[in-house]
Design a binder for this molecule. Sequence first.
Ligand code: NAP
Length: 298
Amino acid sequence: MSEARIIDGKAFAADLRARIAQEVSGLKAEHGLTPGLAVVLVGEDPASQVYVRNKGEQTLAAGMYSETHRLAADVTHDALLVLLAKLNADPAIHGVLVQFPVPDHLNQADIVAAISPDKDVDGLTVTNAGRLASGLPALTSCTPVGCMLLLKDVIGDLSGKTAVVIGRSNLMGKPMAQLLLAADCTVTIAHSRSRDLPAICRQADILVAAVGRAEMVRGDWIKPGAVVIDVGISRFPSRDPVAAAAGKTRLVGDVAFDEAKAVASAITPVPGGVGPMTIACLLANTVTAAKRLHGIEA
Ligand code: NAP
């Protein structure tokens, strides 16, 4: 069998961002509307700082309004909720995102509940999760939306496919499974208590790995011809000792890439696969939220 197609998420995301920038320019010209995104970062987690900086830069590059709120690691719960209430009420802001994880003294569920569902561009509120599960229009978590765009581009019609999602988080696994179900796949959600995970994965025409365990999914877990979407990110020191000493890291996915690409028909690399799609879909969600808040057909 020939080697898998490597799915170029970077190119797909660049194209998507260009289309979003065009839509933003139309919204400004026709409606005087500039979609605005506020990102809240608590503490100094290095990976989160990179994500937040990229989000801000790409929001501006799409012609949108961007605000980043950097709060000290010991910020009180009440102070964070006051900021979220302010952002909920701010007419210049259409998307509000809190970068997780947050320090242990803060309660993630309470933070999510304090975000207006209309501005919940990470799709984490109970309202948006419920709307997604009920087949109603929702703001849906960015990474699963990005995975679906890649899958539809590669496969076309997903109807009738057997899909396995490894991971059941509210941010990734559950919304991913809901989107696949909505696209008429037969969906299995696997997790840390699943028995005989390799056998479950071998059933999959579509395998989505969202765990965070480097190279856990081996080549012989994959059905020949399957499409593999690797969401997982594990960070290791760079292989170059000088770069490693300077704190540079390399990213590794959940799938043993070289083994998998010999079996799958298409696969996302890490980095350069799912990752770039996440921010592009965040921009798309912010535009959608802005249009809905202004009564413009989304
Ligand atoms: P998470 O909340 O930690 O969830 C991980 C899931 O993996 C859990 O459901 C857990 O099962 C399951 N799991 C853990 N060990 C397992 C095992 N041995 N076998 C089967 N399942 C196992 O993480 P997340 O937020 O969903 O993110 C998952 C990964 O995707 C992480 O590496 C994260 O960095 C990455 N990610 C990437 C992007 C991107 O833009 N590329 C975006 C979001 C997340 P239990 O529920 O049973 O504990």
